[in-house]
Design a protein around this ligand. Structure first.
Ligand SMILES: [Cu+2]
Length: 145
């Protein structure tokens, strides 16, 4: 009996889902929340998952914000209108910006794994409107003060 349940448990562990998921983020001129936005503007994903940035309207890109990636991560930089796919293996918080609309607050947050919000993340030196949106995104998702 004990052996049977041990075997059952082993098979459960082996067949546990290990599929990396693909998440899509639209780059938009506007949605209900305002102008120049990513949709969604917050993603919770698992390490090893991929995020694809979709050119829904023209003139946007996706790039990591300096100081807003897990330590040691080199970041990424998409070209304007480029639909990049980024695989994120390292746990942590990633701040993403659209280069031409950064000053207008076109940013988003990706949380990989079960990491705590690093103190340096909300304290990063970013333009005022980007900061405002980062704070709003974080608070809406339970990472406020
Ligand atoms: Cu943009």
């Amino acid at each position: 009996m004990r052996l049977v349940s041990a075997l059952m448990l082993a098979s459960l562990v082996i067949s546990a889902p290990a599929f990396a998921e693909m998440h899509e983020v639209k780059m938009l001129n506007r949605n209900a929340s305002g102008p120049m936005v990513y949709e969604p503007d917050f993603l919770q994903i698992a390490p090893g998952d991929t995020v694809k940035f979709i050119k829904t309207t023209s003139g946007h890109n996706a790039a990591t914000v300096e100081g807003m990636v897990p330590e040691g991560h080199e970041g990424f930089l998409g070209k304007i209108n480029e639909e990049i796919e980024v695989k994120l293996d390292e746990k942590g918080f990633y701040g993403i910006k659209c280069s031409p609309h950064y000053g207008m607050g076109m940013v988003m947050v990706i949380r990989v794994g079960d990491s705590d919000l690093p103190a340096a993340f909300p304290a990063a030196d970013v333009p005022e409107r980007a900061k405002k949106r980062f704070v709003e995104i974080l608070e809406r998702n339970g990472y406020g003060k």
